[in-house]
Design a protein around this ligand. Sequence first.
Ligand SMILES: Cc1ncc(COP(=O)(O)O)c(C=O)c1O
Length: 390
Amino acid sequence: MNQFNQLYSRRNTASVKWDLMEKIYSIPDASKIIPMWVADMDFAAPSSVTEAIQKRLEFPLYGYTFENDDCSHAVTTWLKRRHDWMVSNDSVMYHQGVVPAISTIIEALSNEADEILVNSPVYPPFFNIPKKLDRTVLYSPFIENKGVYTFDFYHFEQQLARPEVKIFILCHPHNPAGIVWSAEVLQKIDELCFANNVIIISDEIHSDLVLGDTKHIPLAKISQHPENIITCVAPTKTFNLAGVQAAMMISSDKKKRQLLQNTLAKHGQMGLNTFAIAAVQGAFSEQGEQWLDELIPYLQKNVDYVIDTITTAVPSIHIQKPDATYLVWLDIRDTGYAEKEIMQKLLNAGVALDPGTKYGKAYEGFLRMNIACPHATLVEAVSRFLTAFN
Ligand SMILES: Cc1ncc(COP(=O)(O)O)c(C=O)c1O
């Protein structure tokens, strides 16, 4: 049996995806609902991760630990092998997650009156975190042409020219649209941000989940100004380790690293915990890579199934195939449903998706579906999805 066909019951395991639906959707009972919302997979992590944690558990002293050279070596070797990106161990800093890393970077490299630029639609913490830090958020919406999003470089440049803009947060690959940005687009972003003295945070957490032939190119790898970029990566999306919590901030600029270090110290941040250090090495390993090489075709199959089944049954739903991620962005505007109505119908039918407006006010008429589950679960979930639209 394909390992990803294995069904696990995740209810009552303190799983955000499975056990928080009542709270998230304000419903009394979600015990029959299949979750297709938060980006977390219903697959067991690679055995190399479990074994690495188990091995660490066998030594029952859990005092303070730090990310030693073995840990950094696992990270930098992975980046070289998977993305042909040479990163020195010194350039890697650690945090519990990419979201807290983004918060730290904003706090360290901008001030309260400053503006932070993001695209839209985009992963919600990109605009929620800066707001919580009392920064003003500016948006650069994508241009949409028949469901394909592209950068509106004219508008982007106008926004960048504002002296208050200090940081641009790039989602690469993009959540929710699954776009892997091309070298040409990345070069333009690099050039424009540098010319306008705007630092780039490049969130590349989904970079190991490229589904098609497109290649992920780390922005800092091809940048003419790599010192202007802080890249965030993590093994947590790729290997389903979000609950373990581990992320990396990569910067080739010593001065920026010092500023980040100061902000981390201000909050008493200690980096990764003992088990996360073991998990990182278990994940970024040859066995982890083999597991990933088996995961990708499974996700591709799930994506194809969702697109074929839904667009055949409901031709007014439009879906652009994602280049990366296990997230599918559905354009349901032509069905005429209001967001509130269809969200309720979906919950009544037994499936929970993310509403489009979570990713930006203008995205009423879109839904985000997480397809990272055993195929049998997906088939049932898609059938329920179609019930809601009939
Ligand atoms: C683009 C992006 N960045 C960051 C995260 C979350 O990262 P973390 O759990 O490491 O905070 C997600 C989760 O879905 C994401 O899609």
